[in-house]
Ligand binder design. Structure first.
Ligand code: ADP
Length: 184
């Protein structure tokens, strides 16, 4: 597990299930356009949240690739769920910009709601087929760039399902943070 404070924000990568993060104010859903349960992250979050989440989401849908919307967390142990629609790799273009928009828009919502902590999954790298290394680079580049402007957010956590994905995130993060500090 990697943990490092960058521009006053604690960034960490852990292995596990994003639906059981009781210490985070918001968890991010790798949503589908209709904000329906589905599989992967959306399935796990809706299952733990209960049917109230789907009901609350219905009037917010559909959302566009890159967009983020916020809801309550219902039976999840959090205050909010931030739903992001990642790009379907090879279909929604430009994929890197749309994926970066997800992270940027999710963080912006967290700031608007004055949330101190947010947990992300690796958006678009499951059913949507985005190559994992490239997606991880987009995620961290986007976050590292906006860290200096954050006011409310103090803690960003990546929750990765597999050990391999966690190690990939640690490697990409460490490389980027050291690149960032050399350029500072
Ligand atoms: P997308 O449709 O955006 O690709 P998925 O939910 O299919 O979203 O997958 C996104 C990533 O989340 C994948 O790397 C997948 O392995 C991982 N994942 C799936 N379920 C969970 C979970 N419960 N907690 C954390 N990560 C998960």
């Amino acid at each position: 597990m990697t943990k490092e404070t960058v521009h006053g924000v604690l960034i960490e990568c852990v292995q596990g299930d994003i639906a059981s993060r009781p210490d985070m104010q918001a968890v991010v859903n790798a949503a589908n356009a209709q904000l329906l349960p589905g599989g992967g992250v959306a399935g796990a979050l809706h299952c733990a949240a209960g049917p109230g989440l789907e009901q609350e989401c219905r009037p917010l849908a559909p959302i566009r690739p890159g967009q983020a919307v916020i809801s309550g967390a219902h039976n999840l142990p959090n205050e909010h769920v931030i739903h992001c629609l990642g790009p379907v790799y090879g279909v929604d273009e430009p994929a890197d910009k749309l994926l970066a928009d997800c992270y940027r828009n999710a963080v912006q919502l967290a700031e608007e709601y004055k949330l101190a902590s947010i947990a992300f999954p690796s958006i678009s790298t499951g059913a949507f087929g985005y190559p994992k290394k490239e997606a991880t680079e987009v995620a961290f580049r986007t976050l590292v760039e906006i860290l200096p402007r954050l006011k409310a957010l103090q803690h960003i956590r990546f929750v990765l399902f597999s050990a391999a994905d966690m190690h990939l995130h640690e490697d990409v993060f460490n490389a980027l943070v050291h690149e960032d500090s050399r350029n500072a």
